[in-house]
Design a protein around this ligand. Sequence first.
Ligand SMILES: C[S@@+](CC[C@H](N)C(=O)[O-])C[C@H]1O[C@@H](n2cnc3c(N)ncnc32)[C@H](O)[C@@H]1O
Length: 213
Amino acid sequence: MLGRSVPFYRETIAMTGQLLAGLLKPGGRVYDLGCSTGNTLIELSRCLAHLRLHFIGVDNSDAMIRKATRKAGMYSKLDCLDFQAADIFSVPLREPAAVIMNYTLQFIRPMLRQDFIKNIYDVLPAGGVLIISEKSVHHDPLFNRVFIQLYLDFKRRQGYSEIEISQKREALENVLIPFADAENLRMLRQAGFQHADKFFQWFNFSSFVAVKE
Ligand SMILES: C[S@@+](CC[C@H](N)C(=O)[O-])C[C@H]1O[C@@H](n2cnc3c(N)ncnc32)[C@H](O)[C@@H]1O
């Protein structure tokens, strides 16, 4: 459950909903790339119901997609929610009004990220929105050390044992590769987004919104 390991996880989903409510017109398609068990889209289908959007979640884990679909059924949301087991590099994005990638870009090989974001920019229409949340690295070694320490404190408060913390760190080493916030913002602007900014930060976790003009 990401809520235990990502600070302000629920709040980030709520802010994503608030941003989309302010930026989208009714009736569009919203993609969540790396949707895991569908928490984000299930919540958005509830809080953005008035916009009559269609939500498509994509993840390459069959188990995650099965769980997401089961949850959507439990909430009677299968009419507007569709979960697909696919690789986010090969899934076609059909006329998306918005694309969300929360804590997924960090798992994509760094050298592929710029082109990946550019492809999203290319398929978005004018007014299209991209929302990204990421773990981040700080280039100032002092802040980087302190932020990592504060994150470890957060995990201990969430009930993780020292063994669990070190096992997770080993599992994610060289797999989760965070960028600095400035690098993520530069990537969004280089992809073409005329509007791009950070809308939330908790130490080494940040969320960004970008809009195509
Ligand atoms: C940290 S989780 C994302 C959490 C989710 N966005 C949320 O906010 O609850 C990263 C997800 O990305 C998926 N993923 C990673 N690489 C992928 C790829 N190439 N194609 C599809 N899914 C991918 C993983 O299976 C995992 O479920």
